[in-house]
Design a protein around this ligand. Structure first.
Ligand SMILES: Cc1ncc(COP(=O)(O)O)c(C=O)c1O
Length: 414
């Protein structure tokens, strides 16, 4: 079967709003449909939300999730000589913060379904261990209550990594409320250029001092978000005047970069907003931009949660029985708001470039593991990093875009 040859609304330009769930270092064409949430008129509104969100917990807004991890570690007093237990299935932006505060990351294993291997965590605890970072992969929660018990037993700080789980609940408790700290990556769930969050239901974060980023970041953020939306055929009514504004912005941005070089270095935007996984110390203490803050507070949260769940189920069902792929998780439990659809692929080496070259949006979490992660350290992490692709299920995907993605995947899977 071949995919329908319908014209998707993306112009053939490079990604303008890449984040660390962006396209990676390869030279693939930009996705034909948006990988990330897009700004739309329908997504904005101020109705009261029923779904639990990290933003309901006392929090501060940061430039990115990785900055929030550093701030959590610093706030907890973790420093040189300390050990922090981190998952073997990871990306650089989870580990770099531990190294930044001078602590040693110690990797623990995960099971094939991404659940934390509690026995291995327990085995890795030493007298130097101070904290555990626990990731709710793709929005599917860990058994944090068990982990809480383990942390209490050894007097360890528990940091819930909710970069993939901005919404939802687990064991009847809102996500992010069991740990001493929770970190979020707002950019992954809202149409933002920058933004993370550090929350704590038990600790006072008021002592953390932050600075406001430059007006240049505000402008770049605003224009990038609108540009990304327009590229995918959204925000049509304001399209023409904006195209002119964007052309002027590109010109001014080029000039600004040239004239500011050497004075502010490359610090005009956080690496997370430019598609990188690295940690730039300059952005650790920066507050989320005002533009992102506005969009965050003026987004329809229940719509995000409901549509993510609906799209997830619809796409998983449509891909049911396709040879060479199956969902990583058997079900979508109540209360889970998925970031993406993780699918286990039998022959990733062939399918990945094929789909990417056709413009199918794919994210591969953990594609680049730290070199010390071999099959001896965690066989499952090595397998997951190679064999699990993630497809988008964000609320702004149209029916037509979902159909195109599904048919393209179906017609090229083994
Ligand atoms: C599991 C996980 N934790 C933390 C981060 C860091 O978040 P941010 O990109 O907002 O810095 C990421 C980024 O992809 C992530 O996937």
């Amino acid at each position: 079967m071949t995919a329908p040859s319908y014209q998707i609304n993306a112009s053939p330009q490079p990604e303008v709003r890449p984040t660390c769930i962006g396209p990676g270092a390869h030279n693939y064409p930009p996705p034909k449909i948006p990988l990330l949430p897009v700004l739309t008129y329908g997504g904005l509104g101020s109705e009261k939300a029923n779904n639990p969100s990290l933003a309901d917990i006392p929090h501060i807004l940061t430039s990115a999730g990785r900055a929030a991890i550093v701030l959590a570690l610093q706030h907890a007093g973790i420093t040189e000589g300390d050990e922090v237990l981190v998952p073997a299935y990871h990306c650089e932006s989870m580990i770099a913060p531990v190294e930044h505060v001078g602590a040693t990351p110690v990797f623990y294993s995960v099971h094939a379904n991404t659940q934390i291997d509690m026995l291995d965590v327990e085995r890795k605890v030493t007298s130097a261990t101070r904290a555990v970072l626990a990731t709710h992969y793709f929005g599917f929660p860990q058994r944090v209550c068990d982990l809480r018990t383990l942390c209490d037993k050894h007097e360890l700080i528990l940091i819930e990594d909710c970069a993939h789980a901005f919404f939802g609940e687990t064991n009847g408790r809102p996500i992010g409320t069991v740990g001493d700290y929770a970190i979020g990556s707002a950019m992954k769930f809202f149409p933002l250029f920058d933004g993370g969050l550090l929350a704590s239901s038990s600790r006072d974060l008021a002592s953390i001092e932050q600075f406001r980023a430059s007006i240049a970041l505000e402008l770049k953020g605003l224009v990038s978000v609108i540009e990304y939306a327009m590229r995918y055929g959204r925000l049509r009514l304001i399209s023409l005047p904006l195209r002119i504004t964007i052309a002027v912005k590109d010109l001014l941005w080029g000039i600004t970069k040239k004239t500011m070089r050497g004075r502010v270095g490359d610090n005009l935007a956080p690496p997370s907003s430019e598609g990188g996984y690295a940690l730039d110390p300059y952005w650790i203490d920066a507050r989320m931009s005002r533009v992102s803050e506005f969009i965050l507070s003026y987004s329809r949260v229940d719509r995000i949660c409901e549509r993510r769940r609906t799209n997830y189920c619809r796409i998983v069902e449509a891909l049911d029985g396709v040879p060479g792929m199956r969902p990583l998780f058997d079900q979508l439990p109540e209360g889970v708001v998925p970031l993406v659809i993780p699918m286990t692929i039998t022959d990733p080496a062939t399918l990945f470039p094929t789909l990417k070259n056709l413009g199918v949006p794919i994210w591969r979490f953990g594609e680049y593991l730290y070199p010390q992660i071999s099959e001896h350290v965690c066989e499952n992490s090595v397998y997951l990093s190679k064999h699990v692709f993630q497809f988008p299920c964000h609320p702004e995907l149209t029916d037509k875009e979902i159909d195109w993605m599904v048919e393209t995947i179906k017609s090229h899977a083994a």
